[in-house]
Design a protein around this ligand. Sequence first.
Ligand code: 5GP
Length: 357
Amino acid sequence: LAFCQALPKIELHAHLNGSIRPSTMEELSQQLDGAPISLPELQRLIRQTTMIGFHFLPLPSASPTLLLAASRTLGECFKLFDVIHRITTTHEAIQRITREVLEDMAADNVVYAELRTTPKARPEQGMTKESYLDAVFRGIADYYASSRRAADIQVRLLLSIDRRQSAEEAMDTARLAVQLKDEGVAGLDLSGNPSVGQWGTWRPALDYARQHGLKVTVHAGEVWNPEETAAILAWRPDRIGHMCCLDETLEKQLLDSYIPLELCLSSNVCTESVPSYAAHHFSAFHATGHPVVLCTDDTGVFATSLSREYALAAAAFGLSNEQLTQLALAAADYTFLEPGEQRALRERMEAAVEVER
Ligand code: 5GP
């Protein structure tokens, strides 16, 4: 784990609200007033989130290491996101969790992050999608104003469309992303409960974003839905998240596409989208040379960090330190940065790796 912590890393798949610190979640829940969910129930859910079960996995150290991880189905996870959203309703909460997520990433030696979030309108809080994003930007500014490590991490935002949203809502988000292109929004994401909605609903919004020069990443193949997965592959997103449920035909299409894959080991194992770390499809795709990047998904929900995900991959697939380093460096090419910025990021990472050596 120490090697993975020291390694400069790139985070390309992290949901803001899912990356909330459990301690902040607990604290914000105390301040909840007249919420439709009772405080004891919320606290029970928080305890479940942070202390669900123990997975034993030998790490490449002298003794086997005990790893803590939550174990819950994908459906349970989406109920939990609804709970998190009930305690992060204010601009102040969004600003705070944004700053904290960046602090946690920088402390974990993440040097570049694409943080994604679904802009939310909450009229009862005087919150619009625009003011929600202002709060996120203020959280980023707070981080840079207060951190001694500020120079270490570069941040871009991806705006998420939630699969529960209509075509109009999705288009609103896409327009907002295009407007904020010069403010640090690098692209659009499609996420949310994979059992909800139809791909055709959000496609016009994703087309619009692409036509206006934004990159697009899509969650796909989280559940068995071959028609949708094939349609998403045919659309050719700039990156794809998860892809756990594939048959041979889809797997071949994905390999031929060479579309970079964002892979989140703990998330997929904890939600039982894949049966075990050892059986995770990371191994097969990595072995063929397909572009893959390790990511966390939701550090708060899955009790993980990017270093831990690298350590899990090393233990499960026998990756050497050199392979881990190459994996971390290659991620620069899959960012939504301009080619010149990608090269600069990679050089910065290579220099940091040299210092460690
Ligand atoms: P937010 O967008 O509110 O900042 O982050 C939480 C949201 O991200 C969730 O409500 C959900 O829409 C999305 N999300 C987080 N983790 C996952 C995941 O593993 N799969 C999918 N499909 N969506 C996710």
